[in-house]
Design a protein around this ligand. Structure first.
Ligand code: ADP
Ligand code: ZN
Ligand code: ZN
Length: 733
């Protein structure tokens, strides 16, 4: 038998198994899941063993050169999932595989430190004439495993005393594995679950029923209004899964994976929870993976990529806020965690729970009208609290009546009222920085990033920043085009809102939560905790304030401008706006004083806005579905997007034309939109064109895209142009 190896070169052309001979020195050690070094062409490359079979030409077989890790890095389960991903998303299999195991590749292994233990053999020695040794002995009995220095320090002696005791055989030195626990410094407060309310009980018992059934995957869509207690349903379902010897995954959007959320999970399940998110160090992530692999931890709480966590027996997979675009990875492999979760559950026979106050149209249409999902509903807030009342403020009127400021008079009054009653306010604006458009009033020059076709944002630090590539430059005092002094700072971000608030309400205590203020580790927790404790009156922020915050003191949420997301050139713009408005409105009125929401908008008649105002998910769903049907967009059709990028615009355009021809030549029933410049026409010095393929079935779409890609790599022209495929794209930018 010979080893089947996938080489770690992310190229379509070599995405197949190559056979290698396992030399006798490695016999028995090389297994499915092993990472090896193999000769490939004239060099040696990394590869992954995915099986064993007789090679077709055993005569010219080369040997596996080396085994790179002790044990296997992935399970047959994960391999199957990677193969499916490769076929589904048209990406090289190794890319998918590496997405699953990368935490294991970042560090060498567990962290080992030397520690000291009392020698097992001896009785308590006689230290009557050696008080220093006695002190050391006392400490080591209570706290074995300390290092030489720690031990000496704790006993109040010089390290040499310890050395002598080691030499005399009283202490032995040993290596031990030190766990890098991301939650180490968090107190573990055990939290008793509350008594569930009626709708929660119904939902939980349906999920438990499914857990108890043998057989295939079952999918639930938990549609619960904001504040209805969805998290409590998840927690009970997870506890039920654990009680049945199953493991559970809980995925949340990265920015909702707050320290508060982690506290809740740790409080309920203790060390059984492994946490995976982007702020962990490589070592912490490695150790959390190990705890899952050994079964020490049976619950994963994580963001998108946690769907690949190495669980032996996932019995329950939960996606909270299942509609969130951040579940889609926007670089290869361009997977959607929800799609992967559904597939994984298929293999494992697991139960899937998709939860949201504003389900994606894709999911909701599966849960109504005879679809494959079961719908679970939480229609009321916990404790019979009403949903907040939502008022719209027409910014056109405001302008006509002479108010050019950021805040309408209504919003200013509402804020003032909250301040006088010592209640709390959240202000939401989905743009960071101070001023989002810097333009010369004389020559009209807009200051743009030299690498992207994006206007620069002015920050209070005095610098202009590109929010796409992070380029930054000192803001010029004169127009770089004409030398004029009349440079205007238009458009507003959260920093400007903060400044205005401080000007209008000088005594208010203000906090800002956006990616500029949470850079430092722990800053996010500090800001939210401080606001929760009532140490601030007003919290200003981007999307970060829209998700997950459950703060009873908040009685007013103000949306500074609802239109920002509404007119994006993306067919999901209305859906995104409706979701965002509903989510952020849901932060208000979670306490007994009730709550109110004010939405400032230039489009008070748009159905995405009015449906959010009326908490009318069904109404929005009907309107939007009708529109999608007319325009032939998902969920009625399937899309794929080919994105073509390169440094020379002409080459990019020609390559895009070539791809379009190849799609036509494939002769399959797909509709082709474009080629056209993408809405973001240039990012990081690369021009961007795209083609959108539309079809009634996914299979055809993949066929057309594959034909185009094969034709493209076949021509050998356009070597400097890159093409990426996005199956079921979430962003059309
Ligand atoms: P959602 O995720 O649906 O917006 P949350 O899960 O944040 O709602 O729940 C809102 C609040 O209600 C939380 O503080 C939660 O602890 C509390 N809660 C949930 N269920 C119950 C219950 N049955 N009894 C009392 N409080 C509950
Ligand atoms: Zn100028
Ligand atoms: Zn840029």
């Amino acid at each position: 038998m010979h080893a089947e190896v996938l080489v770690s070169l992310a190229l379509r052309q070599v995405d197949k198994v190559f056979h290698y001979n396992v030399p006798s020195s490695l016999a028995g050690k090389v297994q499915v899941g092993s990472r090896v070094l193999v000769p490939f062409g004239r060099r040696k490359v990394e590869g992954y063993v995915v099986g064993f079979s007789p090679a077709p030409n055993p005569a010219d077989l080369k040997d596996v050169a080396a085994l790179l890790d002790e044990g296997p890095l992935f399970t047959p389960h994960q391999l199957a999932l990677a193969r499916w991903m490769a076929a589904y998303y048209l990406c090289p299999t190794v890319k998918a595989l590496r997405a699953m195991i990368w935490p294991l590749l970042q560090v060498k292994g567990p962290k080992k430190v030397r520690g000291l233990w009392p020698a097992a053999c001896c009785e308590a020695p006689d230290f009557r004439r050696a008080p220093k040794s006695a002190a050391v002995w006392q400490v080591i009995q209570a706290r074995p495993g300390l290092s030489r220095k720690e031990l000496a320090e704790a006993a109040g002696v010089s390290p040499r005393v310890v050395d002598v005791m080691v030499a005399r055989g009283l202490l032995r030195s040993e290596e031990r594995v030190e766990s890098r626990d991301p939650c180490q410094d968090l107190p573990e407060k055990r939290i008793k679950p509350p008594v569930l309310h009626g709708e929660q009980i119904r939902a939980v018992s349906k999920i438990i029923e499914a857990l108890d059934q043998k057989g295939g995957r079952q999918v639930f869509l938990l549609h619960g209004v904001t504040g209805s207690g969805k998290t409590e349903v998840y927690l009970h379902a997870i506890a039920a899964a654990l009680a049945r010897g199953k493991q559970a995954m809980m995925l949340v959007p990265e920015i909702a994976l707050t320290p508060q959320m982690i506290d809740i999970f740790r409080g309920r399940f203790g060390r059984q929870v492994a946490v995976l998110h982007s702020r962990l160090s490589d070592g912490e992530r490695y150790d959390e993976y190990q705890r899952l692999r050994t079964g020490e931890a049976g619950v994963v709480l994580g963001a998108r990529s946690a769907i690949f966590a190495p669980l032996e027996q996932p019995g329950l997979i939960i996606l909270d806020e299942e509609h969130e675009p951040s579940y889609k990875q926007e670089e290869s492999p361009r997977y959607h965690a929800r799609t992967v979760a559904l597939r994984l559950a298929g293999y494992a026979g697991a139960v899937v729970v998709l939860g949201s106050a504003t389900p994606s149209l894709e999911s909701y249409c599966q849960a109504v009208g005879g679809g494959a999902y079961h719908l679970l509903e939480l229609t009321r807030r916990v404790g019979e609290l009403p949903l907040p009342s939502v008022r719209l403020v027409d910014l056109r009127r405001e302008l006509q009546e002479g108010n050019k400021g950021i805040f309408s008079r209504d919003l200013q009054e509402a804020i003032a009222r909250r301040l006088s009653r010592r209640e709390q306010v959240i202000l939401f604006l989905n743009r960071r920085g101070y001023s989002t458009l810097v333009v010369c009033r004389e020559c009209g020059l807009v200051l743009k990033c030299p690498h992207c076709d994006i206007s620069l944002t002015y920050h209070v630090s005095g610098r202009l920043r590109c929010h796409y590539c992070n380029y930054s430059v000192l803001a010029p005092s004169l127009c770089p085009g004409c030398g004029s002094r009349h440079v205007a700072y238009l458009g507003m971000g959260t920093q400007k809102v903060e400044q205005e608030i401080r000007r209008l309400f000088p005594t208010a205590r203000v906090l800002r939560l956006d990616s500029d203020t949470v850079g430092r580790r722990g800053a996010h927790r500090e800001i939210v905790d401080s606001f929760r404790e009532g140490e601030a009156d007003i919290l200003i922020g981007t999307q970060m304030v829209a998700k997950g915050l459950d703060i009873p003191g908040v009685t007013l949420v103000g949306v500074i401008n609802a239109d920002i997301s509404l007119y994006m050139p993306d067919f999901r713009a209305s859906e995104r706006t409706f979701q965002l408005l509903t989510q952020v409105a849901g932060r208000s009125g979670r306490g007994e004083q009730g709550g109110e929401v004010l939405i400032q908008t230039y489009s008070p008649d748009h159905y995405a806005v009015t449906c959010a105002q009326n908490h009318d998910y069904q109404g929005f769903y009907r309107r939007e579905m009708a529109l999608r049907r007319t325009l032939g967009y998902p969920p009625y059709t399937h899309l794929a997007r080919l994105l073509v990028t390169g440094r020379m615009e002409k080459e990019v355009q020609e390559a895009a034309d070539f791809l379009a021809q190849a799609v036509h030549a494939a002769g399959v029933p797909v509709e082709l939109l474009g080629p056209a410049p993408a809405p973001l026409t240039r990012i990081k010095d690369r021009y961007r064109w795209h083609l959108v393929l539309k079809a009634s079935a996914q299979g055809v779409l993949r066929e057309a895209a594959t034909a185009a890609l094969d034709g493209f790599s076949g021509t050998g022209r356009y070597r400097r142009v890159q093409v990426s495929v996005d199956i079921a794209p979430q962003s059309m930018m």
